[in-house]
Design a protein around this ligand. Structure first.
Ligand code: ADP
Ligand code: MG
Length: 348
């Protein structure tokens, strides 16, 4: 180990040295913060006429990310997006972030600063301030826990529980790209260069490592009172449709022909003998939004798409609960919408 890398080790700078660096790197300036990093708790001014949204996520090395094929910056970006996307799904504005982490001593502080740089970059388009966290050592793996605070106009938050029979089901962007990108990354060795990837592979891996939270779409849907229910696609379309159905006590029909698939996903599926529809239905971590809206709002939904430049596709309809959750294949045959998205603690 060189002298400079010895000096830049967790052992050398310690917990508080690291916190100081991170605080400096991501300094808060919002007038809404009375007290940020540095005390036992942060103090925030309340926003009038607004409700607070608070969500937390845990990320475990080897489960949610893998430094064998992701850079620390990628990990930070994705961690940020996972949280931002939860606020997007509620129709809110992200405001504050708390970051807790447990790090093995072998991790160089520059990797942690890089991870924060990824987080900062994902939060860049919004004014998100870092207001606290916690730092501890870990015997072997990295654990990250992010808590995000956002706000939404009182009683305008989008929830999973207000879908109504007859609503149209919409999704933003294209589905399945992230899952395909992950598959590509997993087949590459630790030292692969992205320049060795084809254009299709580059697009798909980028969709995995740099997903976009659909904050603006969520905000407009909430502000304009267009959507009845919303969720972000983190587990996979089939699972996430299921979550809305369960919470809203309704059924759903999803039409395969209408699922938005990128040409890159189709090319990847063809080359690897995979069903692109299956990738779109089961692949998680797209961080697109799924929402339901009454048919009378269709034109206004299209206007949101136009304004935000985010494609929005109608992929089905909310049905009575007794209908269950069905999927109409491209050949017209109907089948149960099977949930095979990733779940922890099971191999289902
Ligand atoms: P406590 O003893 O109350 O846990 P700490 O000494 O751990 O407080 O933290 C000091 C300050 O630094 C607190 O404001 C805390 O929120 C913040 N902090 C600690 N770790 C992090 C981190 N990884 N990222 C951002 N802020 C942090
Ligand atoms: Mg602490």
């Amino acid at each position: 180990m060189s002298t400079s890398s010895k000096r830049d080790s967790l052992e050398a700078i310690g917990e508080f040295g690291l916190i100081r660096q991170l605080k400096q790197q991501w300094s808060a300036s919002s007038p809404w913060i009375v007290k940020g990093i540095g005390d036992d708790a942060a103090i925030l001014k309340a926003h009038q006429g607004q409700q607070l949204l608070i969500s937390t996520d845990v990320l475990v090395e080897g489960v949610h990310f893998n430094l064998a094929y992701q850079t620390p910056k990628d990990v930070g970006w994705r961690a940020g997006v996972a949280n931002l996307s939860d606020i997007a799904a509620m129709g809110g504005t992200p405001l504050y972030l708390l970051v807790s982490m447990a790090m093995p001593a072998r991790i160089p502080p520059r990797h942690i600063r890089e991870l924060y740089r990824g987080l900062q970059a994902a939060c860049g388009p919004y004014t998100v301030e870092l207001i606290g966290g916690d730092t501890a050592s870990s015997p072997s793996h990295i654990f990250l826990s992010l808590t995000i605070v956002g706000s939404v106009q009182a009683n305008r938050a989008l929830t999973r529980s207000r879908a109504e029979v007859g609503d149209r089901i919409y999704v933003t962007g294209t589905l399945g790209d992230s899952n395909a990108g992950l598959r590509i990354l997993q087949t590459h060795s630790k030292h692969f260069r992205s320049s060795s990837l084809s254009a299709v592979e580059k697009f798909l891996t980028r969709r995995h490592v740099r997903p976009t939270p659909r904050i603006h779409v969520g905000q407009l849907l909430a502000d304009r009172n267009l959507a009845h229910a919303a969720i972000d696609l983190s587990d996979g379309l089939s699972s996430d449709v299921g979550h809305v159905c369960e919470e809203s006590q309704v059924g759903a029909e999803v039409r395969g022909k209408t699922l938005p698939l990128s040409s890159q996903l189709r090319a990847f599926a063809q080359r690897n003998n995979l069903d692109p529809m299956e990738l779109a239905l089961q692949g998680g971590e797209d961080y697109e939004l799924l929402f339901t809206a009454p048919a009378k709002h269709h034109q206004k939904v299209l206007a949101v798409s136009k304004q935000t430049k985010v494609p929005i596709a109608c992929i089905g309809e909310i049905q009575p609960k007794i209908f269950g959750q069905q999927f109409e294949r491209s050949d017209g045959r109907k089948q149960k919408l099977a949930k095979k998205g990733f779940t922890h603690f099971s191999n289902r």
